[in-house]
Design a protein around this ligand. Structure first.
Ligand code: NG1
Length: 536
């Protein structure tokens, strides 16, 4: 793409409070939280931290379960974040990490990496059956060690002390895991003086790789949103032909709207259910890509794990990122509109609605059983009586189209406001269109991708009844949060109404309620603050 993507920018390193993200300057509470963390670090480790690594969680406005198919998504960073105060150890022969959590209820961890004798590779085993917050720190350390300290004769990594605190709710669909992985990767880079060695895009790729070490074959949306975001804009992040991000300013409409996040209080354990949910969807979309390619006459190598975005590109003869961002998006939009009827024809025929048994799926792929197993099943554990290739592919293509429509509608509304088109007219219709796309997205997640839950369906429909222009699940689903577009003036009444009608909220105190349902605006992306001069 022609414009400069945040992916090509250096990692944000701030050294004065003037460079801090705007929310920090505005928000006294944030300042107090940072100071408390620094003080507590001093108490626990007897010295001051040298850096604070910060990574925000994210809310996905639209584009669910399409990042791992390489289609663009539209998330925004939230103000809630993970902070890690850190300092390198003074002992040059020490490479262990002591990681403590500000919240005393979490255990203290020591991470002591070793090298395998035969080839010098780093060993840092993660028990995937007992994941806790330290597993994500380990995963991050493993990545940094493998990329920056691979040579046995090269420099050795520094030991360090970490103190972690977080305000992103766990398992709530706001990507606390990605925020923790990004913050810890940054902390390891900071204590080892490697922040200048990689770009933001490379950091995202490293964090994506790190996150696979804890067992989920995720796309790059969460890590991208956490790293690339800038205040007051959402982000369009695309993954084909390479990682790319561009800001999508949210229209300052009249009447103004905000996004309200509401937690169903049903925690989705993505790792425990990966074989019937997340990882199964990854496999279903991959096999759908091969079967569709076969039906379209698109060439795919027998061992290739081609993704749906790549099939589309080959089918319409897209070579790469030629032309401006807008030209590429127009090409993609036309391609999506053309391929959706083909999905009906090729995957929807016959058993499309019922899904395919394993044997039927192998046959549809055109591969022999052993090659099929090697390509699609040898690296992941999945379980299903029927594999829903048609429904999953239809969701992916229609959702990818909705993302482009959402982006275009936001950009046009911003432009129209600038060009003084009578603001209420332009923006009211834009808000309704954005809300409509969000509702359609939820419906598709529920009916076609089967990643909603009774709680999410209930909460999104209560949100619409309470005045949301649109409401949808956000993140992987099967529990967690939903996001609703709400006129700003109605937020308090909206929250009060939901509190009355959503049973799990009825017994909550005001403080508890503030933690589970709140308005948010796009916050800034991850960075490292050099605090050697203190917080000024
Ligand atoms: P969350 O909600 O953080 O589990 C997951 C994936 C994303 C994306 C969404 C669905 C991880 C770390 N993230 O998000 O990449 O695929 O589901 O859109 O697994």
């Amino acid at each position: 793409m022609s414009s400069v993507s945040p992916a090509d920018q250096p990692i944000r390193v701030h050294s004065t409070s003037g460079d801090f993200h705007p929310e920090f300057k505005e928000n006294v509470q944030q300042g107090a939280r940072w100071n408390q963390l620094i003080e507590e670090f001093g108490k626990r480790f007897g010295k001051s931290p040298t850096h604070i690594a910060r990574a925000p969680g994210r809310v996905n406005l639209i584009g669910e379960h399409i990042d791992y198919c390489l289609f663009g998504v539209l998330p925004a960073a939230v103000e809630r974040d993970i902070l890690i105060a850190c300092a390198p150890s003074e002992d040059p022969f020490e490479s262990a990490i002591t990681a403590q959590n500000f919240d005393g209820k979490y255990s203290v961890g020591s991470i002591d990496p070793a090298r395998r004798q035969k080839d010098g590779e780093w060993i840092l085993p993660i028990d995937k059956t007992k994941l806790d917050w330290q597993s994500y720190i380990k995963a991050a350390y493993h990545g940094v060690l493998s990329h920056f300290f691979s040579s046995v004769d090269g420099p050795t990594p520094k030991g360090a002390n970490f103190l972690v605190t977080g305000s992103v709710p766990l398992g709530g669909g706001l990507s606390s895991s990605a925020a923790l992985v990004v913050a810890s990767t940054l902390a390891f880079l900071a204590v080892n003086d490697k922040l200048a060695a990689i770009s933001q895009g490379q950091l995202v790729e490293l964090c994506m790789e790190n996150e696979t070490r804890v067992g989920v074959n995720s796309g790059g949306m969460d890590q991208g949103a956490s790293v690339f975001s800038s205040s007051s804009s959402a982000l369009y992040i695309s993954f084909w032909p390479k990682l790319y991000a561009s800001p999508v300013p949210l229209p300052q409409t009249a009447p103004p709207t905000v996004y309200v996040i509401a937690n169903t209080l049903k925690t989705a354990n993505k790792l425990e259910t990966a074989k019937i949910h997340y990882n199964l969807r990854v496999v279903e979309t991959l096999v759908a890509a091969r079967v569709l390619a076969r039906g379209l006459g698109v060439e795919v190598g027998p061992k290739e794990k081609v993704r749906l975005r790549e099939v589309l590109a080959r089918w319409i003869g897209e070579k790469g990122d030629e032309g401006s961002e807008e030209e590429q998006i127009a090409r993609l939009k036309a391609g999506l509109e053309k391929i959706i009827p083909e999905v009906e024809r090729i995957l929807g025929a016959e058993n499309g609605q019922r899904g395919l048994t394993y044997e039927e799926m192998v046959e549809a792929s055109g591969l022999d059983k052993s090659t099929f197993d090697e390509v699609y099943l040898s690296w992941v554990e999945v379980e299903a009586s029927h594999f829903q290739l048609y429904k999953r592919a239809k969701h992916v293509f229609t959702e990818a189209l909705r993302v482009l429509q959402f982006r275009q509608c936001s950009l046009q509304a911003v432009q129209q406001v600038k060009e003084t088109v009578p603001m209420p007219t332009a923006s009211e219709s834009a808000q309704h269109e954005l809300g409509r796309l969000m509702n359609e997205s939820h419906e598709s997640c529920d009916r076609l991708f089967d990643c909603s839950s009774p709680e999410l369906n209930q909460l999104t429909s209560l949100a619409r009844e309470a005045g949301a222009l649109g409401s949808r699940l956000t993140g992987a689903g099967w529990g967690g949060c939903c996001v609703s577009l709400v006129p700003e003036a109605q937020v308090a009444a909206f929250i009060e109404q939901i509190r009355k009608v959503y049973p799990p909220y009825q017994s909550l105190s005001k403080e508890e309620l503030d933690q589970v349902i709140f308005a948010t605006k796009p916050g800034s992306g991850a960075g490292v603050y050099d605090v050697t001069g203190g917080l000024s």
